[in-house]
Design a protein around this ligand. Structure first.
Ligand code: NAG
Ligand code: NAG
Ligand code: NAG
Ligand code: NAG
Length: 366
């Protein structure tokens, strides 16, 4: 099954707030739709293998239209079987969840797995699969625990930037009242994400289905080392788990232009680029009465997390570039909830460097 995304503007009606300082925009965050959660079947998983398709060019052009139509909107929302026969085979007495969880072969598979070229290991041999990760893009089953095959499949899914490989104790048929604890089948899952899997996301330790206990072993996560650079922009500059928090520039000018946040589809810097460029087009067409139109020349994009749950792909827009030394926002509390930053990158307009404000030798330094 293929699913595809289209893009529509979400009418939020939020006005861009007073820009400096630019900690997380709580009003914009409060208006967001939740990030779709992964739906990875437990029963008959083989028959339901799926990849989520992503048309990057179409998505970016939809972002442009949305920005031109609603330039102050902070959020751009991307829209986008069961076998009930009786227990034919009774489980053996060794077929238990605890035997599965303590299987040393499974641990060895995970611990000895080779990290694919171009990827970084995020976690290994966890008893939980990832959940709350940004940009679920489908899954497939593997005949053997093979990270290279899973990586190759991720590479062939447009937008896939990380994957989770694990062994799962699944029921051989749907557990029903007449067959509440059927024999198990070991399923090796390769799950694709369009955002980074993180060690703290590996918390899905299974579930009960009737009397059958679904458990997970040998869960490893890998993240692609590179992200692509949008046309017309230079970068990425990797900021890790920190976001830019720009002061006024050397001439006392506020360079922050507000946020756009995406909640579905893969993490894709070109969505921010489309928003940035289109904001410039809009502003140039609607200049202030006695002033110069502000154009977007730089953006910082990252995954915003609420605890371990991804909230969205955040894009902060600026009319001047800022170096990594200004990446000082490593998270903020909202009551008891800890909001943090991951997978943070900046990009600059390739030709925009000429816009040095009066009184500055370098636009990126106060
Ligand atoms: C990683 O991501 C980049 C950019 O999207 C892509 O070109 C590449 O094929 C991916 N895989 C590897 C192993 O680099
Ligand atoms: C950035 O925008 C501010 C307005 O907030 C303006 O004063 C400044 O000159 C702009 N910088 C550039 C390089 O255009
Ligand atoms: C970069 O900035 C220049 C000058 O403002 C502008 O003409 C150009 O369209 C911008 N590029 C992109 C990709 O937005
Ligand atoms: C953050 O997560 C908590 C649950 O952990 C939830 O109650 C709260 O509404 C979330 N906040 C936002 C802004 O999503």
């Amino acid at each position: 099954m293929m699913r595809s995304f289209s893009v529509a503007a979400l009418v939020v009606g939020a006005v861009i707030a007073t820009p400096v300082p630019q900690g997380f925009d709580w009003d914009a965050i409060a208006d967001l739709a939740p990030v779709p959660s992964a739906s990875i079947p437990i029963v008959n998983a083989a028959a339901q293998q799926t990849t989520v398709s992503f048309a990057a060019t179409a998505a970016a052009s939809s972002v442009s239209s949305a920005v031109l139509a609603q330039p102050t909107d902070t959020s751009l929302r991307m829209v986008k079987r069961v076998d009930n026969s009786a227990c034919a085979v009774q489980p053996s007495s060794q077929d238990t969840a605890s035997a599965f969880s303590s299987n040393q072969d499974f641990a060895a598979d995970a611990n000895n797995a080779v990290t694919p070229v171009g990827y970084t290991l995020a976690y290994s041999n966890k008893a939980g699969s990832s959940e709350g990760v940004y940009g679920y893009m489908g899954y497939s089953l593997l005949d053997v625990y093979d990270t290279a095959t899973c990586a190759a499949r991720c590479d062939s899914v447009h937008g896939c930037s990380s994957f989770n490989i694990y062994l799962e104790r699944d029921p051989s048929q749907d557990p029903t009242s007449t067959c509440s604890d059927p024999a198990s089948t070991t399923v090796i899952k390769c799950v694709y994400y369009g955002g980074p899997v993180t060690a703290t996301s590996a918390t899905n330790v299974g579930q009960w289905r009737n009397d059958f206990h679904v458990v997970i072993a040998g869960s490893n996560g890998y993240v692609n080392n590179s992200i692509s650079t949008p046309a017309g922009y230079t970068g990425p500059v990797a900021l890790g788990n920190a976001a830019i928090n720009a002061p006024l520039d050397c001439a006392g000018h506020d360079t922050y232009m507000g946020v756009k946040i995406f909640t579905s589809g893969p993490f894709d810097a070109s969505l921010c680029a489309a928003a940035c460029s289109s904001q410039s087009v809009y502003n140039l067409a609607h200049p202030p009465q006695n002033g110069v139109a502000q154009t977007c020349q730089f953006f910082n994009t990252y995954v915003l997390y609420n605890g371990t749950q991804s909230v969205g792909q955040y894009c902060s827009l600026y009319n001047e570039s800022w170096p990594a030394s200004f990446a000082t926002n490593v998270g903020q509390y909202r009551s008891a909830d800890h909001f943090t930053v991951g997978y943070s990158y900046t990009f600059s307009n390739t030709t925009g460097g000429a816009d040095v404000p009066a009184g500055c030798t370098n636009p990126a330094h106060p």
